[in-house]
Design a protein around this ligand. Structure first.
Ligand SMILES: N[C@@H](CCC(=O)N[C@@H](CS)C(=O)NCC(=O)O)C(=O)O
Length: 198
């Protein structure tokens, strides 16, 4: 199995976390998104990262890749079992992708004025979720799931984005310590990502 990812984007990072949590043997190709290799452009019409190649199968879009890995390598499971819990997990994934990912994109790529507004919005939105982080060891779950794999890349980058969570965010910082300490999370980090918290 081959995976092509950037060294530091949150979408790419969440797929590397799933690979590491499941201890899936793979070859990682770190790609500069501005210099996409020709063979990758031939395989993926969107020329986007991450891209996963598993024998004849080529997958792109980080959500599609994570869900494929979950089904192809069911152990350890990164989705709950029952339909209600799975529905809640999928809704949480949708909300993270819909509400938080675009704010990260604005912080990383738009003007300082827009980035400042996005920083404030992201910080407030994460802080407003404190009770969910407090309720269970992982997000809406007793076990680490795809939702955690999607949230952690953002939390890891908060200092890099210039975001300090408001005072009284202990439940969130405790959660951060729990997930940052995981073997899988540590193994998922590229050198560039390690530098976000040196
Ligand atoms: N929705 C996609 C977004 C991926 C994405 O935006 N990837 C960027 C790198 S962070 C990329 O491939 N940029 C190069 C391009 O689109 O040409 C996903 O989750 O995989």
């Amino acid at each position: 199995m081959n995976i092509y990812t950037t060294a530091a984007s949150i979408e790419c990072h969440r797929t590397r976390i799933v690979l590491a949590e499941k201890d899936i043997a793979h070859k990682l190709h770190l790609v500069d998104e501005k210099k996409m290799p020709e063979d990758l452009l031939d395989m993926n019409p969107y020329g986007s990262l991450p891209t996963l190649v598993d024998r004849d199968l080529v997958l792109y879009d980080s959500r599609v890749i994570m869900e494929y890995l979950e089904e192809r390598f069911p152990h350890p499971p990164l989705m709950p079992v029952g339909p209600v819990a799975r529905g809640q997990s999928r809704l949480a994934l949708f909300r993270v992708e819909h509400d938080w990912f675009p704010l990260v994109d604005t912080i990383e790529t738009k003007s300082e004025k827009m980035a400042a507004k996005a920083r404030k919005e992201l910080s407030e939105s994460i802080a407003a979720t404190a009770s969910v982080f407090a309720a269970m060891p992982f997000f809406l779950s007793e076990e680490f799931t795809l939702v955690d794999a999607s949230i952690v890349p953002i939390l890891w980058r908060l200092p890099h984005y210039g975001i300090e969570l408001p005072k009284g965010s202990k439940d969130i910082t405790d959660y951060m310590e729990r997930v940052f300490d995981r073997e899988g999370f540590q193994a998922s980090l590229t050198e560039a990502e390690r530098e976000f918290r040196l």
